[in-house]
Design a protein around this ligand. Structure first.
Ligand code: HEC
Length: 113
């Protein structure tokens, strides 16, 4: 028991806090959350995307995924916490508030660079 504790302790000292940075963690979440990657639909940095076109009354209509770079945190969080209806192609995620904060900051940060 004691040995195991020491093992964990040395592990967390060696790889602890800065094993991955917050930004790396958030990037991982953005690209590989529990579910389909945000990147599949929102692109590398969250700007508006056209996923494809569909035909409606003989017209080509683009399927637009909105820009998610300029939302307030409230709007961003609301969208990720709501249960999506069948009209939305965006999946319903079950992310924690901390995960949503990390994602929000990540999108803000990569768009500053
Ligand atoms: C399968 C495609 C798809 C995936 C994957 C996806 N989204 Fe979306 N997202 C959409 C679409 C389409 C909308 C537009 C609103 C709707 O249809 O619900 C949207 C809307 C949003 C909005 C609200 C935008 C607004 O203007 O209110 C946010 C925030 C958002 N997505 C963030 C994310 C994040 C973060 C992830 C990953 C955890 C993600 N999305 C994954 C397609 C997707």
């Amino acid at each position: 028991m004691k040995l195991r504790f020491l093992f964990f302790l040395s592990f967390s000292l060696a790889f602890g806090d800065d094993f991955i940075t917050l930004k790396e963690y958030a990037k991982m979440l953005y690209e590989n959350p529990r579910g389909i990657s945000c990147k599949e639909c929102h692109g590398d940095n969250g700007k508006e995307q056209i996923l494809g076109y569909y035909t409606q009354k003989d017209k080509q209509v683009p399927f637009v995924v909105p820009d998610i770079r300029k939302l307030s945190f409230k709007e961003f969080e609301a969208s990720l916490k709501e249960v999506k209806d069948s009209k939305s192609i965006m999946p319903t995620y079950s992310l924690t508030t901390n995960e949503i904060i990390a994602l929000y900051n990540y999108i803000k940060e990569i768009n500053k660079e």
